[in-house]
Write a protein that binds this ligand. Structure first.
Ligand code: GYE
Length: 310
C-alpha cells in the first residue's frame, strides 16, 4: 500500500483538500474579483472551497472560522476586515492544528498564529500615490482631500501612512480633509459631496482615495458639482480595477496602483506544500504593486482585466 500511495500524483492529494475561506464581503469591485478568482483557483487545483461572506462584520468572520474548525477543514483563509481582535480565534485554530493563511490584509497578532499572509505592500502603495501627486503638482499649492478605507483595517492605516511619506518632502501639498468612505462607491460619493460642500470645490486640488471604488463614487460627486475630475480635481487611487482604467482613459482619473485580485493562488500553493511536506512558507508573500497613468493603454487593459474575474 505504501508504495502505491508513494506513486500517487500530488494532484490526488490536492483533490482531498478542503479550505474554509472567511471573506469580508463584497464592498468593492476588487473584493468581488478576489472571491471569483479564489473559486477559480480552487477548481483548477481540485480543492473544495467552503466560502463564507461576513457582510463586513468581524463577528461573522469569527463565527465562520469557528465553524470551519468544527468541520475539520485542512486550511483556513481569512481576509481580516480589521487588524485587531483575532488572537482568541487564531489560538483555537492553532489548537485544532489547522493552518490559517491571511489574504490581502494583516492582523496585529503574533505571526506564529498564522502560516503566512499574502498581501501587497500597502504602505508602499500609499507612498507611490503620494509621490505621483507631488510630481504631477510640481510647486503649486495643492489642498488634498483623502477618502480612507475601512477604519481599523490594515490597508487604511498603511495607505494613509504611506501617502504622508510620499508627500512629506512637498510643503505645497496639504491634506485638508480626511475621512473614511469604507472602501465603497456609495460612501465615496457621499463623503466627497461633504468635502466639496465644506471646502469649496475650487479650493480642492486633488483627491487621494484608498481604493478605486471610493474614487469612482467621488468622481460622480465632482461631476455633479460642475467640476471636471482629472482636471479641476486630480484623482489618484489604488487597486487598478477595470473601471479605474476606464476613468483614466476618459480623462476623469489620473493614476491608480495595481493590486492583484489573485491572493488565493499563492495561498493554495503554500498550503499544499506545507501539508505535503511541512515546508514553512515565509510569513509574508508579497504581491506586486504597479502604477498606471494616462500613458498606459487603459482601454486595452480594461478589456483584458474584464476577463480576470472582475
Ligand atoms: O484595496 C479594497 C478592498 O484589503 C487591500 O479591500 C484590500 C482592500 C482593497 O475593499 O478594494
Amino acid at each position: 500500500l505504501a508504495s502505491a500511495v508513494a506513486l500517487m500524483p500530488a494532484a490526488v492529494f490536492a483533490a482531498d483538500l478542503t479550505v474554509g475561506f472567511s471573506q469580508i464581503g463584497s464592498e468593492s469591485g476588487w473584493r468581488a474579483a478576489e472571491t471569483s478568482v479564489a473559486k477559480l483557483e480552487a477548481e483548477k487545483r481540485g480543492i473544495t472551497l467552503k466560502f463564507a461572506d461576513a457582510q463586513q462584520k468581524q463577528e461573522n468572520q469569527i463565527k465562520a472560522i469557528r465553524s470551519f474548525i468544527a468541520q475539520g477543514v485542512d486550511g483556513i483563509f481569512i481576509a481580516p476586515v480589521v487588524a485587531t481582535g483575532w488572537d482568541e480565534v487564531l489560538e483555537e485554530a492553532k489548537d485544532a492544528d489547522i493552518p490559517v493563511l491571511l489574504l490581502d490584509r494583516k492582523v496585529d497578532a503574533s505571526d506564529d498564529l498564522y502560516l503566512t499572509s499574502v498581501t501587497s505592500d500597502t504602505v508602499y502603495e500609499g507612498k507611490v500615490a503620494g509621490e505621483w501627486l507631488a510630481e504631477a503638482v510640481g510647486g503649486a499649492e495643492c489642498n488634498i482631500v483623502e477618502l480612507q478605507g475601512t477604519t481599523g483595517s490594515s490597508p487604511a492605516i498603511d495607505r494613509k501612512n504611506g501617502f504622508e511619506q510620499g508627500i512629506a518632502g512637498s510643503d505645497n501639498l496639504k491634506i485638508v480633509r480626511s475621512q473614511t468612505g469604507d472602501f465603497t462607491r456609495s460612501q465615496g460619493k457621499v463623503v466627497m459631496e461633504s468635502f466639496l460642500k465644506a471646502e469649496g470645490g475650487e479650493n480642492i486640488c486633488a483627491l487621494y482615495a484608498h481604493n478605486d471604488d471610493m474614487a469612482v463614487g467621488a468622481i460622480q460627486a465632482i461631476k455633479e458639482a460642475g467640476l471636471k475630475p482629472g482636471e479641476d480635481i486630480l484623482v489618484v487611487a489604488i487597486d487598478a480595477v477595470p473601471d479605474a482604467h476606464l476613468a483614466i482613459a476618459n480623462g476623469e482619473m489620473n493614476a491608480t496602483i495595481e493590486l492583484t485580485p489573485n491572493m488565493a493562488g499563492p495561498a493554495y500553493d503554500a498550503l499544499e506544500k506545507y501539508l505535503a511536506d511541512g515546508t514553512m512558507p515565509p510569513k509574508w508573500i508579497q504581491t506586486e504593486s504597479r502604477l498606471f497613468t494616462a500613458s498606459d493603454d487603459n482601454n486595452a487593459i480594461y478589456e483584458e482585466k474584464k476577463q480576470l474575474g472582475y
